[in-house]
Design a protein around this ligand. Sequence first.
Ligand code: FAD
Length: 507
Amino acid sequence: MSLRYLGRVSPQSRSIFASCSYLKARPRYRLFHDTSSQKSTTINSSDHHNDHHHHHHIISPGVQSEAAADQSLNTARGNLVEADAHPHSTQYLKAFDNKELFSFLLMGLCTSMNPVLRTCIKVFPYVPISVIKALVYRIYCGGDNIQDVRKTARRLHSRGINNVMISLTIEACEGNDNIDPEYIIDETIESINGILVPHTVEMIETAGKDINDIPSGYVALKPTGFVKNAPHVLKNYRNGEEKAFDELVAKASRACQAVYDANIELAKKYPQRVAPFVVAVIDAEKYDLQPAVYELQRQLYQKFNQMHKPVNVVGTLQMYLSDSANLLAYEEKLANQNNYRLGLKLVRGAYIHSEKARSTVIHKTKQDTDDNYNAGISYCIDSILEPSSKANSSTIGHLVVASHNAESLRLASSKVYSDANVNNKNKNNVVLGQLLGMADEVTYDLIQNNKINNVIKYVPWGPPLETKEYLLRRLEENGDAVKSGNGWTTFKATFNTLMGRLFKSSA
Ligand SMILES: Cc1cc2nc3c(=O)[nH]c(=O)nc-3n(C[C@H](O)[C@H](O)[C@H](O)COP(=O)(O)OP(=O)(O)OC[C@H]3O[C@@H](n4cnc5c(N)ncnc54)[C@H](O)[C@@H]3O)c2cc1C
């Protein structure tokens, strides 16, 4: 499995709340359809079948009226004004231990000036893995074995983060076929039973919250990890690689079955819970692999997401794709036609820099991506929360808002946690997720200042050697953050917090 996409987090998203003025930044909320190309409301399913990239007739999922959308935005704005009253400080640093603060400082130092950064990047491949492990691994990675990841999950719990999305990190990039799909699937299933299930039960039993206030636990499944030569298989899943693709689906199904079985067992013990206990999440890949991944997702939805039951499988949609609003509509239509529920993780999308067809497939501007993302999460949240009296009856059954963007997260949380939804049974079916070691100030603000329960962290884990490349990207990105004013502010605050503690303890 690769963590390539995790390397694409813009400095803006990490730039704390200081840059987040929701009211200033948002010109006008657009409905979930692009006026230029989406006039038609008919859908020709033969055009779409299994390859949304080639469809031309469009249906908008924007079932709400423009007035309703504006109203919902205004409500969200009202809540955000209130939330903005909280100072966006560096308070969150207090939750980290000295070792973690030291690691943040070290990353900050390495990236403080361009020449230093360049040297660090050059030297990094030669730094022994034991040194990396001792110095920075812990702030970005969950560990290299099941026990360590459980400890990480507990550490996160002490910061108010009551569940995790675990992701076994085995690089399976194009050109690198050193993976053993059988090993990956076995380890993944072990991680479900050895990390996710016990951690979720522990949180239910010990966190002192209502059973419906504990977020679900997630296992991320990378489609490229489940078959040898995955990019080739995915690109040709209908063109000679049908058998290999079926094997890939069978492997992913094994992990989903483990999730399904765990949910059935846990529901017997805790029948009052509405949301799933654990969930399998299919990650999104580069554009040319996605038609096959959508097909994989649909087969898994069909098999594991029954009507009127909590969903077991969540698929990913990349909202930077200009066609993503249509795709969401299409997925919802397919689900209705075939009697299954949709689970969705909405991301902006990570492959913008490497996407060859960027000019034709990705939104023209960041603002367009942002508008589309926010419209997408609004639509899904409204849909999930709409049947307020009934649990698990909507077609879109579960949503992970996977983002570091403070505006998007606030939009989502203000909708879910509005006064109108206090007793809504489906609230727990919307969860907000950020990467471990990234956007910690945003995560902190959601939990501590806004009292949001449904926040999780994405925790990559696996052999340290495999995660070295991932750590190198953290180094590069932190360089951007430090160069932007906020990184420097954070660096100074980290330094002061650490010095304050050391000084105090030696006094
Ligand atoms: C829990 C979690 C799981 C994830 N899983 C996946 C996954 O499965 N697949 C995947 O692809 N990514 C995944 N990502 C990464 C995600 O897609 C984003 O790259 C990352 O989160 C940064 O986006 P943001 O929402 O945090 O917001 P921001 O930092 O505000 O937005 C940055 C993003 O905006 C978009 N963007 C930037 N500039 C432009 C432009 N000029 N025009 C159009 N769009 C632009 C890009 O998508 C860029 O990544 C995941 C992220 C998280 C937190």
